[in-house]
Design a binder for this molecule. Sequence first.
Ligand SMILES: Cc1ncc(COP(=O)(O)O)c(C=O)c1O
Length: 387
Amino acid sequence: MTPINPLFDSFPERRGTCSAKWDGMAEGVIPMQVADMDFRSPQCVIDALKARADHGMFGYSFAGDAFFEAACGWQARVHGCTGNKEEILPAAGVITGLQWAMKALTPEGGCVILLPSYPPFMSVPENLSKPLHPVTMPNQNGRWELPLEALERELSREDVNAFILCNPHNPTGRIWTREELCSMLSLCKKHGVTVYSDEIHGDIILPGEEFVSVLSLPEELAGEAVVLNAPSKTFNLPGLQTSCMIVRNPAQRKKIAELMGRNHVPGPDIMGFAAATAAYTGGEEWLREMVRYVAGNLDVMADFFARELPEISFIRPQATYLAWLDCRKTGLSCKELHEKFLSAGVSLGVGTNFGETAGEGFMRLTAACPRALLTEALRRMKKALHG
Ligand SMILES: Cc1ncc(COP(=O)(O)O)c(C=O)c1O
């Protein structure tokens, strides 16, 4: 018998805790749609938050040296990226950072994204009235490909000045190679397009895979990119809303900081900084274990679909704990799939939210939960389709 994994095989009740994932779903339904993990955060984070709370003083604060040193130390140790603390602008969440960076640097003009796409990459430019120029990633020979020619066509449009890169890519879990990143950034440089690289999933790299951060690319390609990362996906802290914008170009950094300052944009709070500092300092071993556990969950899923539900398949993600399920062989639309799954007691991310055409027939499953819960969710999916 497999021994109980004390870190990941169970978690405290989340219903009744204002959990967007659990309390946002009807009683009895297993929520697999929201990208947060049903794992407790590393003990070092819990201890740091307790210590901060025990102090009892919650006055106005700022990001201290310890936070910047921990964030830079993590990038250097885990990703081999050197940088210094002056380059980091803290933000209350990656999407908040993206929004303000985009507003400061490229407030007008078109924006290119890859489809399928994490939904805010469509709504953030749209909210700024920036026309969207989506490029669909083809799925060829069991791999999500980079459509370079189509990408160049969109990047070279007169009005385009922004490209949102998702590295690793949500929802497919694809990691872009160094060559692919260089090609994309070269095209952006050639056409005067600012790159916003969302690397929030960059720490969740499955065994045997290698992540390349835009921060590790040559200065002439990446010197004007805005890189967004956070400890939130990595250590399951999204409720603490703490992220980093890494902006190497001083003029760009000044523009973003001034705009956020003028608009009184709140940054992360003291608890977020305490948690992030602790996680980046002492969370590495927990992360290694977590990634190993998620890889095991992906094995269970692949095996289940192959044997029990062959009309559903997925290309194994290289990163993230997300599985982008190809359900097209069921012949059902996303709407129908969603309804059937819900009535069987399981909720998945609806593919069309990631692109109306590119996502049709796909559903996204968050595989970061105890294996027993995942197995029950899979059983319910089968029941939904086979009765
Ligand atoms: C690619 C990507 N970026 C950003 C976010 C959200 O980040 P935040 O909560 O820090 O705004 C998510 C959450 O799922 C994500 O998948």
